[in-house]
Design a protein around this ligand. Structure first.
Ligand SMILES: [Zn+2]
Length: 210
């Protein structure tokens, strides 16, 4: 006998939120709902970003790095940052994953405006190469931030996602065209990007806000 009820079941945690990245040859954008960027060291494994669970014991001199299983296989460690945003066209919420380089531009916008929440952004790759640098522009808005969805708890969302199959990741939706637009150039890159060692990555990483 079916378990009949008069209302649908509660949505799974974060079921309506999707992780996105700036697509090759395309763009993403919307209104940022996070107040600040958060990020952590990651590996690329089984066709997806996976958290690096290495940790540093700072009670020793010099600090001791305790590698994770993926570190031991030689998988490079790369820091990734995350912010949540609302796509005004679809009305859907996303979490944007960015590299450390792109995160610097987001961090600068955060410092300039005091918060990311309510800023409009548009991100695109500078060429059609799959790993081309992502440029991101910001524009202040007059949106009443109280009308925006609550910021996604990015750490909890990513923890949920990293425990699920990659099918939860979806193609991004094109950016809405900003009405006013302040150009912001990310830092210049000379030659190939330096792949940081685990120690460099972890020592640079600030603890995530609680
Ligand atoms: Zn690791």
């Amino acid at each position: 006998m079916p378990d009949w009820s008069t209302s649908p079941p509660e949505e799974r945690d974060y079921a309506r939120i999707r992780l996105t990245r700036c697509p090759v040859g395309g763009s993403v954008g919307g209104i940022i709902t996070s107040e600040q960027l958060v990020g952590c060291p990651t590996h690329w494994a089984t066709h997806r970003t996976t958290p690096c669970s290495a940790w540093i014991d700072r009670s020793t001199t010099p600090p001791t790095v305790h590698s994770c299983d993926l570190c031991h296989t030689g998988s490079p460690v790369r820091w990734h940052g995350y912010v949540s945003y609302l796509n005004e066209i679809s009305g859907r919420e996303f979490v944007l994953e960015v590299t450390a380089l792109c995160a610097k531009a987001i961090e600068e916008a955060q410092h300039r405006h005091g918060t990311l929440r309510g800023l409009r952004f548009s991100a695109h790759r500078i060429s059609k190469r799959p790993n081309a640098r992502v440029e991101i522009d910001f524009a202040a808005t007059s949106i009443d931030v109280r009308t925006l969805p609550h910021p996604v708890d990015v750490q909890a969302f990513m923890a949920t996602l990293w425990n699920q199959s990659p099918a939860n990741e979806l193609q991004p939706v094109p950016a809405a065209r900003p009405t006013e637009h302040k150009k912001h150039s990310p830092p210049a890159v000379n030659g190939s990007p330096h792949v940081k060692t685990l120690r460099e990555t972890l020592l640079e990483t600030r603890p995530c806000p609680k």
